[in-house]
Design a protein around this ligand. Structure first.
Ligand code: FAD
Length: 412
């Protein structure tokens, strides 16, 4: 086999960085090809505790903990009208870390890939992948560097961690539409100046809009008096320029209007929007390749599951590749797609239940049962692969039963 390296990874985001470090630690020759230069902006700032397990295993944890602007996160709070409730991730059904961080992704992603490089991973910034050929014994990638250079790289296997770039799904015609309706998010970073004791900086705050239950806002505090804030809904409801729409919807929500009374909205961070981000693919793997993170399926931002799913997929793929390069059989359907989809499908149940109202009714119900709350807390903390949790194993049935029991919630 005439190959330059064992594994080529397209993209240096969290999926690529974790996969690269885990493979390198097992003695494989890895090369990461990243089109941009870091730091670069990407949305997705609230992590889930389950991803700390991969950050730890990849050897990144000390560097992540050392960054003072990263805000400790120990749960998720929800507000709707006058109602306020929360899940404490340290009180959960599954084993594993109960805390994580809220991060500016430009900095977070740079820390991860720099740590991977320090460990010895080869990272080529400014190198974009333009074509893929898997007809031979190895995978052949065509690469263009931003100084105009063009070359080919032969790899034993390719992991596509290109996120919204979706390089292999586009090149191999693997894209399929998401079953979720297209939504848009308008967002920015603000100097929040929050002093209200009602606002818990250790939790993401998810706000349901008082009139439109399918419109919600995130408030993600960082460790330096700044927050990321965004509004999500269908394009018909959120039509207009990002600044006007975001401010309007935020100030219509009683708790946000109160805690953000002294916020400075205009600063160096622009108002932005992103839409049509939910995506799906025909397959997660094929000859000489597998898709990681957002390059594969992306559901919805409401439960901050993106980075955690990305890292979980990186870990599953890295473990299989170590077997494969060690000469063992690697079953990509049974050892990658199927186990990965356990968690993705559990999240899918709760995302669908959020938008059709069933899960919102459960979240905003008065007097939630403590044991059930611990099981839901586990899923919201990212432990959506723990099939000992009945709300993972039988997510749809359990959610339906619970939603029927609690009935319709009201915004107090
Ligand atoms: P990315 O982080 O997107 O990295 C992919 C990299 O590939 C990029 O650096 C890109 O430059 C590179 N690349 C692309 N094309 C090429 C090419 N041709 N050649 C070489 N390199 C290439 N997730 C959370 O966990 N928490 C949140 O709070 C959250 N909020 C979100 C809010 C919104 C509105 C949306 C839309 C998403 C949110 N997400 C959130 C999801 C999150 O953005 C992604 O799941 C996450 O960034 C996926 O990481 P990744 O490693 O797969 O890809």
């Amino acid at each position: 086999m005439n190959k330059d390296i064992d594994v080529a990874i397209i993209g240096a985001g969290p999926a690529g960085a974790v996969a690269a470090a885990l493979l390198h630690r097992q003695g494989l020759r890895v090369c990461v090809l990243e089109k941009q230069y870091f730091p670069r902006f990407v949305i997705g700032e609230s992590l889930l505790p389950h991803c700390m397990e991969f950050i730890e295993e990849a050897g990144f944890a000390d560097a992540v903990r050392a960054e003072p602007s990263f805000q400790l996160k120990n749960g998720a709070a929800f507000t709707w009208g006058g109602r306020y409730t929360y899940f404490d991730f340290t009180d959960k059904f599954s084993d594993g870390p109960g805390t994580t961080f809220q991060v500016r992704r430009a900095l977070f992603d740079k820390i991860l890939i720099d740590e991977a490089a320090k460990q010895g991973v080869e990272v080529r910034f400014g190198h974009g992948v333009t074509a893929f050929d898997n007809s031979g014994d190895t995978a052949r990638l065509s690469v263009e560097s931003d100084d105009g250079g063009k070359y080919e790289l032969n790899a034993g296997f390719v992991l596509d961690a290109s996120g919204y770039g979706r390089v292999l799904p586009r090149l191999l015609d693997l894209e399929t539409p998401s079953e979720l309706p297209p939504r848009i998010a308008h967002f920015t970073h603000i100097e929040d100046n929050i002093t209200s004791p009602k606002f818990d900086r250790n939790k993401i705050l998810i706000t349901t809009h008082p009139q439109h239950r399918d419109v919600w806002l995130w408030t993600i505090p960082f460790g330096d008096n700044h927050c990321s804030i965004g509004v999500v809904g269908t394009p018909d409801k959120l039509a207009g320029d990002s600044e006007t729409v975001l401010k309007k919807f935020a100030l219509e929500c009683p708790m946000l209007a109160e805690v953000l009374a002294d916020a400075v909205w205009e600063n160096e961070f622009p108002f932005r929007s992103i839409q049509g981000y939910s995506a799906n693919v025909k397959t997660l793997h094929g000859k000489h390749f597998a898709l990681l993170g957002n390059a594969a399926e992306f559901l919805d931002p409401v439960f901050s599951s993106g980075v955690t799913i990305a890292m979980h997929s990186a870990k599953l793929a890295a473990d299989l590749l170590v077997k494969q390069f060690g000469g063992e059989d690697a079953d990509w359907q049974g050892g990658f797609t199927e186990p990965l989809m356990v968690g993705v499908n559990a999240f899918r149940t709760y995302v669908n239940g959020w938008y059709d109202g069933r899960f919102q009714n459960v979240i905003y119900a008065e007097n939630r049962n403590a044991d059930i709350s611990r099981m839901l807390s586990s899923i919201l903390a990212g432990y959506a692969w723990d099939t000992d949790n009945p709300y993972v194993a039988k997510s749809e049935r359990r959610l339906n039963a619970l939603a029927e029991l609690v009935g319709e919630a009201q915004p107090a």
